[in-house]
Design a binder for this molecule. Structure first.
Ligand code: SF4
Length: 218
């Protein structure tokens, strides 16, 4: 049964990879939003570098970034690519958060899940993945963000429909897991995608869940 297999995959991955050390309460929603905007179409390494550059120049608050010169933000983000668009988005988003939410994104996160998601999706540069990351990581809302690793790995493991789009994958995973495990499965599928279930040449022989995977090449 699929639910049983999904559960076994989760337990095996929990034994294989270390659990995250932080808790959701450590996460500032505005900083998480900015990191996620920077991370679009770039690597984790470049995202971290660009965010470090930005943090060295500015306080990461809506007020500071709304008032920052666009060219200064661009300079910080160059390493992450698409820096002009990202700088523009960051300034716009900061201004809207000040105007609509008095500079406090936690107001949005205190809304019921669907309302909070809708409000986040109305912000410029915020798509479903960014909204779900903020909702899950900063407010423990019941959602599973689908990034490139979660997309690929969940399909190969048969946990999501092969041709499923973002919402189909998210809903399929959410049906299989208990909401208390949403953060865990999100992080563990990413870990598996980075270490074994790579886009090209997945390392199936060394994969910890190969006996539970319908796509294994062993
Ligand atoms: S067995 Fe292969 S295809 Fe399946 S999850 Fe592991 S690495 Fe990916």
């Amino acid at each position: 049964m699929l639910k049983n297999r999904a559960e076994k995959i989760l337990r095996t991955l929990q034994k294989t990879f270390t659990s995250p050390k932080w808790t959701t309460s450590d996460r500032d929603p505005f900083k998480t939003l900015i990191v996620t905007i920077i991370s679009q179409n770039t690597t984790d390494k470049n995202t971290a570098k660009a965010f470090e550059n930005l943090s060295n120049q500015f306080q990461i608050t809506p007020e500071a970034l709304a008032n920052a010169k666009t060219c200064k933000i661009e300079e910080c983000l160059k390493v992450a690519g698409l820096y002009r668009n990202k700088a523009k988005t960051i300034k716009q988003v900061s201004k809207i958060i000040i105007k609509n939410f008095q500079g406090d994104l936690t107001q949005v996160l205190s809304l019921p899940f669907e309302e909070a998601r809708k409000a986040l999706l109305q912000l410029p540069g915020v798509g479903p993945k960014t909204a779900d990351v903020v909702l899950l990581f900063c407010a423990e809302k019941p959602t599973i963000p689908v990034d490139t690793h979660v997309n690929r790995v969940s399909k190969r493991l048969g946990l999501a429909p092969k041709n499923g789009d973002y919402e189909a994958i998210r809903k399929s995973l959410q049906k299989l897991y208990d909401p208390k495990d949403y953060l865990s499965i999100h992080i563990l599928l990413i870990s598996l995608g980075r270490t074994h279930c790579k886009a090209r040449n997945p390392l199936c022989t060394q994969c910890p869940v190969n006996m539970l995977c319908p796509s294994r090449h062993v």
